[in-house]
Design a protein around this ligand. Sequence first.
Ligand code: SAH
Ligand code: SF4
Ligand code: F3S
Length: 450
Amino acid sequence: MNERLKVFIETYGCQMNVSDTELVFSILTNNNIEISDSIDDADIIIFNTCSVRQHAEERVIGRINNEMSRKSRKQDLKIGVIGCMAQRLGEKLIERNKGIDFVVGTDQYRKLPEIITNLFVNPQFKKNIIINNKEMYDGLYPIHKGNFNAFATIMRGCNNFCSYCIVPYVRGRERSRDYRDIIKEVEELGKKNFKEITLLGQNVNSYNYKGLNFAELLKRVNRISSIERIRFVTSHPKDLSKEVIAIMKDSAKICEHIHLPVQSGDNKILKKMNRGYTVEHYSALVDSLRKALPGISITTDIITGFPGESEKQFQNTLDLMTKIEFDYAFTFKYSPRSGTEAANYNNQIPEEERLARLQKLISLQEKITLKKYKDQIGKIKEIYVEKVSKKSKLELSGKSRDYKITVFPGDESLIGKFVNVLITEATGWTLKGKLFDEQVKPKQHNKLCK
Ligand code: SAH
Ligand code: SF4
Ligand code: F3S
């Protein structure tokens, strides 16, 4: 084959998968394989998949089956699956879905160029899902596809084994990336005009590279002059230290937003989930965060219908939501994952009940979110302008430091800039406003720039 092979990747799941796709872009292009933005042009279609809930897997299988018909039109077309579902199911995925040509797990992406090239010569190859707890993809730098904001992976894997969660099984053990590589990557991003970066890991608060902890890493990233905003996900309540909260307060670039999954508002359920904290500990953290960073936005994840969850225990979650008033909550009904501890519990809650509780949770959170967003009316907020609004060509859309999508009338020339917007309206999860002043240099929110 003389022409370069073209690969199209469709990504599902969390930010870690988005970041891995960018890593795979880099691995492929380094090996003379082209990345295609169009599925129609591709010689190879890859699905980067998620296993976190049954529904996530079903969705991808549906998509893969849809694209199978392309094989009758393009004989040489190959379809591959990578990511967490590839890791979880391996061979079974191929047995159940005959058209899948190859399956590659989360620690084997370096092998992708060889696997892809060989496929056309030796179609016998099927899978490589060996977990390699040492694989950090050192020396590789992702190709970031977005504009303005980019993810930087700081760690891989997870050691927490929350009893409901598949992630530790499909991502291997927790390991932290060399801070010098992270700094180098972020500096490069700054040079490419990415002004906002999000540090990524399943549990960023336990980052530790040869004794250098997350607080120290944040301090170092905060010193990179070309970066204006720093975010990080995900924080774990058991590991979020006073030191990190202090750095958040003192480091000008760290945004006033934290995603802090609580999962449940009941201590017994938290214990069964193996989360390692209590409701009291969580509430105290929220108090410290709000004291250190007044107005900080707090978002969370919550699961309904965990095995054995009683009506009363579910009510405790609703009560906690009312008390804390999260800016936003990602809510999920419990999905049993084979191989996890909770999937074997014999007190599973019926599907309809899990769903009914989920709906109650969503409707409570909708009210709280609207209230929190309405509290913003009259405020002047710094917005990093990302794009023309989907709904109107005359409006722009961007995000505030506290992670609220904000839409306002403005000229396209402001895209990529920081502006001040006066908030005049709040709908669902969007703020609306009008341009207050155009400014190039972001405001430093009276924090000390260290
Ligand atoms: N490492 C992160 C995110 C993990 S996955 C963390 O610890 O917060 C994202 C969210 O999916 C979790 O926070 C949890 O709320 C949800 N989740 C994970 N496993 C689930 C399951 N089996 N059923 C339903 N929701 C689940
Ligand atoms: Fe899953 Fe818990 Fe690890 Fe998050 S911390 S990835 S919920 S095991
Ligand atoms: Fe992320 Fe889903 Fe894997 S949440 S780590 S892509 S199982």
